[in-house]
Ligand binder design. Structure first.
Ligand code: ZN
Length: 557
C-alpha cells in the first residue's frame, strides 16, 4: 500500500471531543469515521487491524475444532419468539414480504436454526460453530470512539453438547482460546472475571466505566455486582434492652450516629425498593457503614426493582424503616454484616422514632443472613483471607456462559441418545468485542504521537519512508525495496508522497507500524538506510545491500 493512494483524513491536532487517548489517536490518525453517535465506519488502516484480530481469533478457535459459519445479519422475529429472548436488545422492522425481522444483539437463534434439523443423533455431537459479525449492542451508552459502540464487530461462538461434562470441558477450552486470542493481540494483562452464572474477560483500565473487584494477593477477580468479601464484626459489645427513642428529624445514618453518639457500625441501615411486577415492597438491612448493592438485592428479590415511593399511606415511614415489627407484607433481607452484633440502633417504623438495643435473634427471631453489600477497597478476600481487595475500573472485552438447555429447549432442538430417547442438547455461548480489543490495544500501547501496534495485529509490519521522492537515487532504491519486501509476502506501507520529512514522520507515528525504514539523500550518500522500531528500542543503519536481510531478521524475531 502506498500512502499516496490511501484514503482516510488525518488531523494535526488532538480532536477536542475525545474522551480517551485511543479515541483521540484513532480519529487523528484517520482510522475511523463517525457515521452517527456510537456508529463508526473503518478506514483501510483499521479494517486491516480488525482482519488481523479476526485471523488470530479464527486460528485459536480452529485449534479447538470450531467451524466457521456465516449467519445472517437479520433475524426473523418468529425465531426470537421461539427462544423467548425478547428482553434481549433488538431493533424491529417489517421487510418487503411483510415479515417482522430484527437486528439483534447476538445470534443465538440463528445458530440453533442452522443446526437443529441436522444434529438429530448423539453421534453428531459435540460441535462448535463461530463467526465474526457486526452486531447490534444492547443498552450501551455510546461514547469514547470504539470502546462504546452501538454496533460493533463480534466474534461469536456457540457450542453444542450431549452432557454437562462435555459442556464443561469445551467451555474450558474455548475460555483458554479467548485468553490466547487476547494475549496474542497484545492484551496479555486482561483478566478472566467471575460474573453471576458466566465469566467475563476484561481489561482493568482507568478509561473503563464498569467496576471490577480484584484481589492483590490471589487471582480472585469478579464483576462488581457479583463480588463477595468477608465482613468481620468486632467481638463483644453489650446486649442492651430494647428502648424506643424519639429522634426528631433524624433520617440519615450520619445524623443518627451523631444523635445517639454511637459508631455507625452499631447502626442498621435500610433501603426500600418495589418490585416492577406487582409493586410489593422489598427492604434490605445492612450495617451502617456499608452500602446495599442493588443488583444483589434484585437477584434475591427475583424481580427488577425500583426505589420505593413512600407516602404517608405507605406501609413504611421513609427514614425510619427498621426490622422490629415491620409489616408482614414487606419482604426483608439481612446482610451478613449484621450477624453477631449484640445491640443495634434501628428505625422504629414510626415517624421520628428509632429503637436502640435491638438484638436480631432475641427481638426478630432466626434470620438467614445473605450477601447484599457493595465490596470496598481493603476488604477481606473471600478466597484467600487477605485484606487485599481492590475495586478497579475496567472494560469488558468478552463474555462466556453456559446457557445449558435454556435456548435449545425453548427452540425445541433435540437429539436421540444411545438408547434412542429424545434429549435436549446443552449449549455454551461466547462472544468477544473485536473493536474494543483494537481500541484497548491502542490505549495500552501508544505514546503522545500515535499507536504502537504489536507485530501480531499491526496494519503493516514495515513502513518505508522515502524522504525525497524527487531524488532519483532515493526513489529508485525505495521503490526496489518496497517491491522486494512486498514480493516476499511482507506487508509494507510505502510513503512515497512529496511532503516534508516532519509531516511524513508524524504520519508514520500515527500509523504505528512496528518497523520504519528511512531512505534519504544523506543516507544514500553514506550508502545506508536507517531502520528503527516504533518504540525506538531498536535503531540500526545497515548498508543498502544489507537492509533487506536486516529487516527480515527484525521481523523474524
Ligand atoms: Zn485473595
Amino acid at each position: 500500500m502506498k500512502v499516496s493512494n490511501m484514503i482516510g483524513e488525518r488531523f494535526k491536532d488532538r480532536p477536542s471531543d475525545c474522551v480517551s487517548d485511543n479515541h483521540a489517536l484513532l480519529v487523528k490518525g484517520g482510522y475511523i469515521k463517525q457515521v452517527s453517535n456510537g456508529v463508526y465506519s473503518l478506514n483501510p488502516i483499521m479494517a486491516r487491524i480488525l482482519k488481523r484480530i479476526e485471523c488470530i481469533a479464527n486460528n485459536e478457535l480452529n485449534k479447538v475444532g470450531a467451524q466457521e459459519v456465516s449467519l445472517t445479519a437479520i433475524t426473523p422475529i418468529e425465531l426470537i419468539k421461539e427462544s423467548k429472548r425478547l428482553d434481549g436488545g433488538f431493533i424491529k422492522f417489517t421487510d418487503y414480504d411483510n415479515i417482522e425481522m430484527a437486528y439483534v444483539d447476538g445470534s443465538h437463534e440463528l445458530a440453533i436454526q442452522l443446526v437443529r434439523d441436522s444434529a438429530k443423533s448423539y453421534t453428531n455431537y459435540p460441535f462448535i460453530i463461530y463467526q465474526n459479525k457486526k452486531s447490534f449492542v444492547k443498552g450501551r451508552k455510546a461514547s469514547g470512539g470504539l470502546v462504546n459502540l452501538k454496533e460493533s464487530e463480534y466474534n461469536q461462538v456457540y457450542s453444542f453438547h450431549t452432557s454437562l461434562d462435555d459442556l464443561n470441558e469445551k467451555y474450558q477450552l474455548i475460555s483458554e482460546a479467548y485468553t490466547n486470542i487476547l494475549s496474542k493481540c497484545g492484551l496479555s494483562e486482561s483478566v478472566k472475571v467471575e460474573n453471576d452464572k458466566s465469566h467475563k474477560f476484561a481489561l482493568l483500565t482507568d478509561i473503563g466505566e464498569e467496576k471490577f473487584v480484584k484481589c492483590d494477593a490471589c487471582d480472585y477477580c469478579s464483576s462488581f455486582d457479583n463480588a463477595v468479601s468477608n465482613v468481620k464484626n468486632e467481638e463483644g459489645g453489650n446486649r442492651e434492652e430494647l428502648k424506643l427513642v424519639v429522634t426528631p428529624g433524624v433520617t440519615t445514618i450520619a445524623a443518627l450516629a451523631e444523635f445517639l453518639n454511637v459508631d455507625v457500625k452499631r447502626l442498621c441501615k435500610s433501603v426500600a425498593y418495589q418490585r416492577e411486577s406487582d409493586g410489593s415492597i422489598v427492604v434490605g438491612f445492612i450495617r451502617g457503614d456499608l452500602d446495599v448493592n442493588e443488583s444483589k438485592l434484585m437477584r434475591l428479590a427475583g424481580d427488577d426493582l425500583y426505589p420505593a415511593e413512600l407516602t404517608e399511606d405507605s406501609l413504611l415511614s421513609g427514614g425510619f424503616i427498621g426490622p422490629y415489627k415491620i409489616p408482614k407484607e414487606v419482604d426483608v433481607f439481612f446482610d451478613k454484616s449484621l450477624s453477631g452484633i449484640e445491640s443495634l440502633a434501628i428505625g422504629a417504623n414510626e415517624f421520628d422514632k428509632h429503637y436502640t438495643g435491638f438484638n436480631i435473634e432475641r427481638d426478630y427471631g432466626e434470620v438467614e443472613f445473605v450477601d447484599l453489600a457493595d465490596v470496598n477497597d481493603g476488604d477481606i478476600c473471600s478466597h484467600c483471607g487477605e485484606k487485599s481487595i481492590v475495586v478497579k475500573k475496567g472494560v469488558t472485552l468478552g463474555e462466556i456462559s453456559k446457557t445449558g438447555d435454556t435456548f435449545t429447549k425453548a427452540m425445541d432442538m433435540n437429539f436421540l441418545d444411545v438408547e434412542g430417547s429424545a434429549k435436549t442438547p446443552l449449549m455454551g455461548v461466547y462472544s468477544l468485542d473485536l473493536l474494543r480489543v483494537a481500541a484497548l490495544v491502542c490505549e495500552n500501547s501508544h505514546d503522545d504521537y500515535g499507536p504502537m501496534w504489536p507485530m501480531t495485529i499491526a496494519p503493516w509490519k514495515v513502513q518505508v519512508c522515502c524522504l525525497r521522492c524527487d531524488d532519483e537515487a532515493c526513489r529508485t532504491y525505495a521503490d526496489e525495496l518496497y517491491d522486494k519486501l512486498t514480493n516476499s509476502g511482507i506487508e509494507v506501507l510505502y510513503d512515497d508522497r512529496k511532503v516534508r520529512p516532519g509531516s511524513m514522520f508524524s504520519d508514520a507515528d500515527l500509523f504505528g507500524c512496528p518497523l520504519r525504514v528511512v531512505v534519504s539523500p544523506r543516507n544514500m550518500k553514506e550508502s545506508c538506510v536507517e531502520i528503527s522500531s516504533r518504540d525506538k528500542s531498536y535503531q540500526h543503519k545497515p548498508s543498502l545491500e544489507e537492509a533487506f536481510d536486516e529487516i527480515l531478521k527484525f521481523l523474524g524475531k
